[in-house]
Write a protein that binds this ligand. Structure first.
Ligand code: TYD
Length: 199
């Protein structure tokens, strides 16, 4: 099974996924964790160039094209081989990230969807949610802020789009303001229930 964990910056995706891996492995599952931007050369280009220089050097469409190209390469080069090998694959960020971040940059949703024509859908998409004020104060205490992290209005737009996408597609939304163990428990339960349905 292929699971995508989505949410705006600072919502706690990495922490929850790490804890989740432990819990699932203790239950007996073989778990493979990955993330986007990925470790492919396209992912590296995104991190080293695009996210460092920001929207001053590139048109929003370049963001959408590179993130989506990275996704196709990530899926076929890394995710699919692990799924074929019997792993439960969990990715931190997937197509919803492009739909809502590049959507928040002003790109039309139907074009972003069209770009994802060759992107296989996850079996389960889980949204971690917290108010923008909460994530910004978490990010501030963590590190120097990255390009999208400094802009409260932008993150607000991305969050709203994500919540709209969630209700449209029936993605479960988990309240991520609580302590990490409760959040992880909720996500764990969603995955176990979904696994029971597919097996
Ligand atoms: P992030 O998850 O913060 O990666 P890292 O932990 O390696 O810094 O992602 C980097 C930024 O890229 C983040 O602000 C979200 C943004 N992003 C998009 O705008 N579109 C996308 O499709 C993806 C995957 C990420």
């Amino acid at each position: 099974m292929f699971v995508a964990v989505e949410g705006i910056d600072g919502v706690g995706k990495s922490t929850i996924i790490m804890k989740l891996k432990d819990m699932l492995e203790r239950t007996g599952y073989r778990v493979y964790i990955t993330a986007e931007p990925s470790q492919t050369p396209i992912g590296r280009l995104i991190r080293d160039w695009l996210l460092k220089s920001g929207s001053k050097v590139a048109h929003p469409s370049v963001f959408a094209l590179l993130f989506t190209a990275d996704r196709v390469q990530h899926y076929y080069g890394e995710v699919k081989p692990m799924l074929d090998d019997g792993y439960l694959v969990i990715t931190e960020r997937y197509m919803e990230s492009t739909l809502v971040y590049q959507g928040a940059m002003g790109l039309p949703m139907d074009w972003l969807m069209e770009l994802h024509k060759f992107v296989p859908r996850p079996d389960l998409t889980i949204i971690l949610d917290a108010p923008t004020e909460v994530v910004i104060s978490r990010l501030r205490s963590r590190h120097e802020l990255e390009v999208f992290e400094t802009d409260r209005e932008f993150l607000n737009r991305a969050r709203e789009l994500l919540l709209r996408r969630a209700s449209l597609n029936n993605y479960p939304v988990i309240d991520a303001v609580r302590n990490p163990d409760s959040v992880t428990n909720d996500v764990y339960r969603l995955i176990i229930n979904a696994l029971r349905r597919v097996i």
